[in-house]
Write a protein that binds this ligand. Structure first.
Ligand code: SF4
Ligand code: SF4
Length: 370
């Protein structure tokens, strides 16, 4: 199996402000090209695209291609099952089969294990539930995606040696990040002999559009290679990684990714050295390392469009022109400005990147709301 997977959380949109407005004809073209070029792995989840990704996968992939031509992964939305009963957990699984239009999942994960979601999984006995579904033939491989500390990962894998694989956030920027701890989590998975699926290899697109200084560094290696190619190849070069997911948003991205991953070439020591320098440069540039996953927005009592405000801040690097200030005001009309944050910290508990959202919003407010 080729090491590139199609992440179904960043499909192209017809309205950039509406995460459910998926550009379906373009998604079909992307899916077709991905399969045509010999790639097979698709990764969706209940939550993606405001709950519409699984249905889109059914329509663009499952109903248009033979079942044997692809493998499909989705995830049990633990965060939605906080108050649920075991019966409701079983109903959720049935609903996901229906939404995806399949009779079995090739890969099924418990979504986003961290301290809080692990408690939910334990209360609902979700690991045993998934094993039961596997024994009944509805799941081929069972795993979980993870956003906690290496210590928690070690605890989960010690308590649940039955899982087949783990999904970790790994990219060259977070490899030594003291909050994400990609390297240490990877090492824990390897110590437990678990194969790894990589998520966020391009950090929500952040590594696809680096600053001119970083682009110049990459140009010393290869003037034709995209910044994403270095990021994805970095993750795919790790020995125990069997799949790297890329949330592709255009046909161009599918063309690019499948181009260099068709004949995968691991990163060389020289490339690793440049990626380490690039990471240093990116850390120094002052941007907010948000991946635009939107996990923080649902529970915000002020309805602040957090990822959109962070994206605008990053794009202007804290020095917006008049046009950007207007854009900020427009964004705020869909919710509320950064300064309306009441510091309840709900968003920080939900953020898989462990960002200090309150502090970062203050930076945004200082720049856009003088
Ligand atoms: S801390 Fe601020 S941004 Fe975060 S959820 Fe509360 S009000 Fe919203
Ligand atoms: S602040 Fe965190 S939770 Fe919110 S969109 Fe960014 S990365 Fe996701």
């Amino acid at each position: 199996m080729k090491k590139l997977g199609f992440g179904c959380m960043r499909f192209p949109l017809t309205n950039p402000e509406d995460n459910t407005s998926i550009d379906f004809p373009q998604v079909c073209q992307m899916v077709d090209l991905f399969l045509e070029r010999g790639f097979t792995y698709f990764d969706t989840a209940y939550f993606y695209h405001g709950g519409t990704s699984e249905e889109t996968v059914k329509r663009a992939l499952v109903q248009r291609h033979p079942r044997a031509s692809f493998t499909l992964a989705t995830k049990l939305p633990l965060a939605k099952l906080k108050e649920a009963t075991p019966q409701e957990q079983a109903e959720m699984f049935q609903l996901q089969m229906q939404r995806c239009g399949v009779e079995f999942f090739d890969y099924y994960l418990l979504h986003c294990i961290d301290d809080e979601n692990y408690e939910i999984a334990q209360r609902l006995d979700s690991f045993a539930f998934v094993q039961q579904k596997k024994a009944e033939g509805y799941i081929r491989q069972a795993g979980f995606s993870f956003h906690g500390t290496p210590e928690l990962l070690d605890e989960v894998l010690t308590q649940h040696p039955e899982v087949d694989f783990v999904q970790l956030q790994i990219n060259y920027l977070d490899w030594e990040n003291p909050k994400v701890q990609s390297r240490r989590c990877y090492e824990v998975a390897v110590a437990h002999h678990k194969p790894v699926v990589v998520m966020e290899p391009v950090k929500g697109g952040k590594l696809a559009n680096p600053s001119p200084a970083v682009r110049e560094m990459f140009a010393t290696l290869d003037t034709n290679a995209s910044p994403s190619s270095f990021a994805i190849r970095f993750a795919a070069s790790l020995e125990h990684v069997f799949m790297v997911l890329s949330g592709m948003s255009s046909l161009e991205q599918v063309k690019d990714n499948t181009g260099y991953m068709a004949q995968f070439r691991p990163v060389s020591p020289q490339e690793v050295a440049v990626l380490e320098q690039a990471a240093q440069q990116i850390k120094a540039d002052g941007t907010i390392p948000c991946t635009a996953c939107s996990y923080c927005t649902d529970g915000c009592p002020q309805r602040i469009p957090i990822p959109s405000l962070f994206a605008l801040y990053n794009r202007t690097l804290g020095q917006p022109g008049l046009q950007h200030k207007k854009e900020y005001q427009e964004l705020c009309t869909q919710g509320a400005p950064a300064s309306s944050c009441i510091a309840c910290h709900q968003c920080e508990g939900a953020c898989p990147q462990h960002l200090e959202v309150v502090e970062q919003l203050q930076r945004v407010a200082n720049v856009f709301e003088p």
